[in-house]
Design a protein around this ligand. Structure first.
Ligand code: AMP
Ligand code: GLY
Length: 416
């Protein structure tokens, strides 16, 4: 297959590496890609968030499948345009992607589909905010309604901080105040062809910047999979009480969801509840989910894109333990320092259990530079989480980037 992957993060690098492991050899193109992706795919210079540009390219280049990684092109309508032109695309139309792009729309869908989630108040001004904070009580959960790259959410016991955060985002649109939900978080992805869904395997993300869940929320600093502490019926429960009802609700509104429905869940004492949906693969969870995927990836995504999921075999996952640790630039998430050189990747000890998924990297002549906050994901597998941790953290010792930071406690709680 000729496949175009849209995006430039470690998620897209991981997707491309997984496609390259398929028994069928694909021709893989990427836009805009990054330094790591450029070694595994042909980079196409086009604006990935411009529906017309992407569609013209795909249609005239005989691309068989477009895989859209990040949310911005989805919300911009790139999938709508491709689908209209008859190109198979893995990624939802913007109306369905609104389940991620608008938290109040997600709440509306969940209410209509009877899906368990925290109580929420949508506020559009200061007075409404104060009423909602009184109603929810502490700890306060305040969320920007639109996309904010993982930074729009504040969970705090400090009412003034909650007000300050909400006041900032109220300049841009509505804000959601949400009931605080307590319990471990799980990310579970479902492939959807609009009607039929297929679960991937659960992963846990580490959202806070620093060890022991200190510091601000980020896009994700690491992940592991599988989750040995989950009940056996977890996937079945999420499928029947959350994912299928949401997919059915979107289809009944004339917006079938084709792509990945990312269910961000909290396992509370009173059951599994939704904290968010995303309309795409999670980053960095994809790094550990695809590290354990044994089935070929392209046939699964193509089946989703062409309403054929019912006829494919469910994806198989290995029993390996997979972890990923994100190397971040100094100052991430608030103010990442960029343009610094990354040293050591060419001298890594050979280790079959480790791969590097590039995110914000670019070549400057023969220097590899960090160009953003999350620079790369170190992905490792092992028979145990202790083994996988040893591989990942051993590798990080050989990589240097001035001022960079990463979490040291990824999968520590499940290592013995
Ligand atoms: P979100 O972008 O909605 O996933 O929120 C980012 C992070 O904030 C989540 O991963 C949780 O750690 C936390 N969070 C969001 N909503 C809640 C909630 N209702 N209760 C507790 N924590 C939450
Ligand atoms: N890791 C969280 C996300 O992809 O939104």
């Amino acid at each position: 297959m000729k496949i175009l992957v849209i995006g430039s993060g470690a998620r897209e690098h991981t997707i491309i590496s997984a496609l390259r492991r398929d028994p069928e050899k694909h021709e893989i193109l990427a836009a805009p890609g990054n330094a790591g992706i450029s070694a595994e795919a042909e980079i196409v210079a086009l604006n990935p968030a411009n529906p017309k540009v992407v569609t013209e390219f795909a249609a005239t280049s005989d691309v068989d499948l477009v895989i859209i990684g990040p949310e911005a092109p989805l919300v911009a309508g790139v999938a709508n345009s491709l689908r209209k032109a008859g190109v198979a695309v893995f990624g939802p139309d913007k109306e369905a992607a609104a389940i991620e792009g608008s938290k109040s729309f997600a709440k509306e869908i969940m209410a209509a589909a009877n899906v368990p989630t925290g109580q929420a108040w949508t506020v559009s001004d200061h007075d409404g905010l104060l009423v909602a904070l009184d109603a929810s009580g502490s700890p306060y959960v305040v969320k920007a309604d639109g996309l904010a790259a993982g930074k729009g959410v504040l969970v705090t016991e400090d009412r003034d901080a909650a007000i300050e955060h909400a006041t900032f985002y109220l300049q841009h649109g509505d804000v959601l105040v949400e009931e605080f939900l307590e319990g471990p978080e799980v990310s579970l992805f479902f492939l959807s062809d609009g009607h039929t869904i297929v679960p991937m395997t659960p992963a846990q993300d580490y959202k806070r910047a620093f060890d022991a869940d200190e510091g601000p929320n980020t896009g994700g600093m690491g992940a592991y999979s599988p989750l040995p502490w989950l009940d056996d019926d977890f996937i079945a429960t999420v499928t029947t009480t959350i994912a299928q009802p949401v997919i059915d609700e979107l289809a009944s509104r004339g917006h079938p969801f084709i792509g990945v429905l990312y269910c961000g869940l909290i396992v509370t004492d009173s059951g599994i509840k939704v904290i968010e949906f995303n309309a795409r693969f999670g980053d960095p969870e994809t790094q550990v989910v695809l590290a354990r995927l044994e089935s070929p990836l392209a046939p699964l995504l193509y089946a989703a894109a062409t309403e054929m999921l019912e006829s494919v075999e469910a994806p198989r996952f290995s029993d390996d333990c997979a972890i990923t640790v994100v190397l971040a630039s100094e100052g991430y998430p608030e103010n990442p320092e960029t343009g610094r050189e990354i040293v050591g990747l060419d001298r890594l000890p050979v280790n079959d259990h480790v791969t590097i998924a590039h995110a914000a990297t670019a070549w400057d002549g023969s220097d590899l530079l960090a160009t953003g906050g999350r620079v790369m994901s170190i992905v490792a597998t092992g028979a145990t989480f202790s083994d996988a941790r040893a591989h990942a953290y051993g590798t990080l010792e050989h990589i240097s980037l001035e001022g960079s930071h990463y979490r040291h406690d990824i999968a520590l709680s499940v290592s013995s």
